[in-house]
Design a protein around this ligand. Structure first.
Ligand code: NDP
Length: 292
């Protein structure tokens, strides 16, 4: 079997186009412009690239984009004061603090200072609790993107065996909650899981969010399974830099029914979902029903 390649790049472009159409309508009919504020502390090179991409795509969707770059030695009180200003600013509907933060800053404290209604990353403890109890919340962007790809591929996910490898707060845990919400039978695996290969082989849906290049080989994949590879790992091969996922792509693609490539799979969905969450936050802030 050769797996269907799930084209996250094309899917994300559609999501962005849909968001842009709603933004244009909001502007025309209600004179509203959804706004996203991104806060970057320090000069982490990967974070700078993410923040630039987020700003460009926010503009391209017709939204307001507000970038706040703070020096790496910014005092926590100054960062909290900025967040308080953004919370109170009616032109800002979404606030994202780019992680990781420098070690002297308490990331939990900072994230929990964001107004939960503007927490478009879905990391605030209120949104985590709402998601965990199946209530309306802001859903973390990367797992939301994975769920969209899975629903598009399968329609209903009810009754499927889903295995999520990785239990981080930003990917693994919310991914598992979303799959449970769609009535999958969910297993969360991690570094202490015994016989990970056997656990993975049970999966109709296998989500890898580990951060270890090509750790999951094809013979851990159930024939016909859908494989969602969240991992983004930069490696050197044949003297060149290359991005690979947490799944060994060629061997897994020979067994799976469908698979996301790296790059071009889950990655582009994250920013598309960030824009979708910002749009949703704008609708909700104005007492309007958010579009599907
Ligand atoms: P974390 O490092 O926070 O979590 C990694 C998880 O993998 C942990 O739960 C850890 O287990 C588990 N793990 C580590 N080693 C093993 C192992 N040998 N066997 C089984 N489980 C293991 O990573 P993130 O969740 O933040 O990110 C995961 C990957 O996804 C990274 O490659 C990251 O770059 C990528 N990513 C991609 C995004 C995108 O936009 N596409 C967005 C966010 C992340 P334990 O808890 O026991 O330590």
């Amino acid at each position: 079997m050769t797996a269907v390649v799930i084209d996250g790049k094309a899917f994300a472009a559609n999501v962005r186009a849909r968001v842009a159409a709603h933004v244009a309508k909001l502007k025309e009919e209600r004179n509203l412009v959804p706004g996203l504020a991104v806060v970057l502390v320090g000069e982490d090179p990967a974070s700078q690239v993410y923040v630039r991409n987020k700003g460009e795509q926010t503009h391209a969707a017709g939204m307001g984009s507000f970038e706040h770059r703070l020096s790496s030695d910014t005092a926590e009180a100054n960062l909290l004061a900025l967040i308080a200003r953004l919370n109170a600013d009616p032109s800002v509907h979404g606030i994202l603090v780019q992680l990781p933060l420098p070690p002297h800053l308490n990331a939990e404290l900072v994230i929990n200072a964001i107004d939960p209604a503007k927490d478009v990353d879905g990391f605030h403890i209120s949104n985590v609790g709402l998601l965990g109890t199946g209530q309306k919340s802001m859903v973390p962007c990367t797992p939301l993107g994975c769920l969209m790809l899975l629903r598009d591929r399968h329609g209903s996910l009810a009754g499927k065996e889903a295995v999520v490898v990785g239990r981080s707060n930003i990917v693994g845990k919310p991914m598992a909650q979303l799959l449970l919400g769609d009535s999958c039978t969910v297993t969360i695996a991690h570094s202490r899981t015994k016989d990970l290969a056997e656990v993975c082989r049970r999966a109709d849906i296998l989500v890898a969010a580990v951060g270890r290049p090509e750790m999951i080989p094809g013979d851990w994949v159930k024939p016909g399974a859908t494989v969602i590879d969240v991992g983004i790992n930069r490696i050197e091969r044949d003297g060149k830099g290359k991005l690979v996922g947490d799944v060994h792509y060629t061997s897994a693609a020979a067994v799976a029914g469908a698979i996301t490539p790296v790059p071009g799979g889950v990655g582009p969905m994250t920013i598309a979902c960030l824009l979708a969450n910002t749009l949703t936050a704008c609708y909700r802030a104005n007492g309007l029903a958010a579009p599907d």
